[in-house]
Design a protein around this ligand. Structure first.
Ligand code: 13P
Length: 252
């Protein structure tokens, strides 16, 4: 049984005052719980504030994106080495908002994945189809394409040291969660695709579901055999919601 993992993706939200309040609401509750792994991914300017608040806690620090290049003349970018040096232990790569709005390609995401692992960070690789792709019956083809780009570049064994997040684009921020059965079907497909290349990596890799996860639906999602936790957007900005989602991760 894989230990469940719940990660909060704050996206481009927060302020010093708001973060302090959120962390005050989260940390005492999370400290008193065990049996699951947990992380938060604030925007870059708040990493220092959050790192300070998390000191000595069980909550890991992650970033939301990383540059595929090593240090050098790349104005505006942040390298994996810097994130590692700073104390981040994980980084999200290939979030659908990056793919849709900032031009991240499958190949570019694979480069970020490799750069993250080379710097000792655990990549959280996001994959998922749009509504049009689901309605066209191409969910598996889209997810396979996104996954294969990383499997080909990083090697299948590398997935055993990573996290995958299945985030159907139509479920992100829309209040429309995939049913546990819909999500399980894609999670099983993803695990099977990794297993076809490396059985040990497939058994080890945690596959999180993301897309309108809330306290009210986390429990039923987390009971599915291939759903190993959640990548939480909006609900990670509300302390009671995030804590309740983590509580569901302990139970299952
Ligand atoms: P929501 O939980 O707000 O739907 O966002 C999901 C997500 O994109 C997490 O990365």
């Amino acid at each position: 049984m894989r230990v469940k993992f719940v990660a909060g993706n704050w996206k481009m939200n927060g302020s010093h005052a708001g973060n302090a309040k959120l962390l005050e609401g989260l940390l005492p509750a999370l400290q008193s719980m065990s049996g699951f792994d947990c992380a938060v991914c604030p925007p870059y300017p708040y990493l220092a504030q959050v790192r300070q608040a998390l000191r000595g806690s069980r909550v890991a620090l992650g970033a939301q994106d990383v540059c595929a290049f090593g240090n050098g003349a790349y104005t505006g970018a942040v390298s994996a080495a810097m994130l590692g040096d700073f104390g981040c232990s994980l980084v999200i790569v290939g979030h659908s908002e990056r793919r849709a709005l900032f031009g991240d390609t499958d190949a570019g995401v694979a480069d970020k994945f490799v750069a993250a692992q080379q710097a000792g960070l655990m990549p959280v690789l996001c994959v998922g189809e749009t509504l049009a792709e689901r309605e066209a019956g191409t969910t598996e083809a889209v997810v396979a394409r996104q996954l294969d780009a990383v499997l080909d570049k990083a090697g299948a064994a590398a997935l055993g040291r990573a996290v995958i997040a299945y985030e159907p684009v139509w479920a992100i921020g829309t209040g429309k969660t995939a049913t546990p059965e819909q999500a399980q079907a894609v999670h099983a497909f993803i695990r099977g695709r990794v297993a076809a290349r490396d059985g040990a990596a497939a058994a080890a890799v945690r596959i999180l579901y993301g897309g309108s996860v809330k306290a009210g639906n986390a429990g039923e999602l987390f009971t599915m055999p291939d759903i190993d936790g959640g990548l939480i957007g909006g609900a990670s900005l509300v302390a009671e919601e995030f804590v309740a989602i983590c509580r569901s991760a302990v139970r299952h």
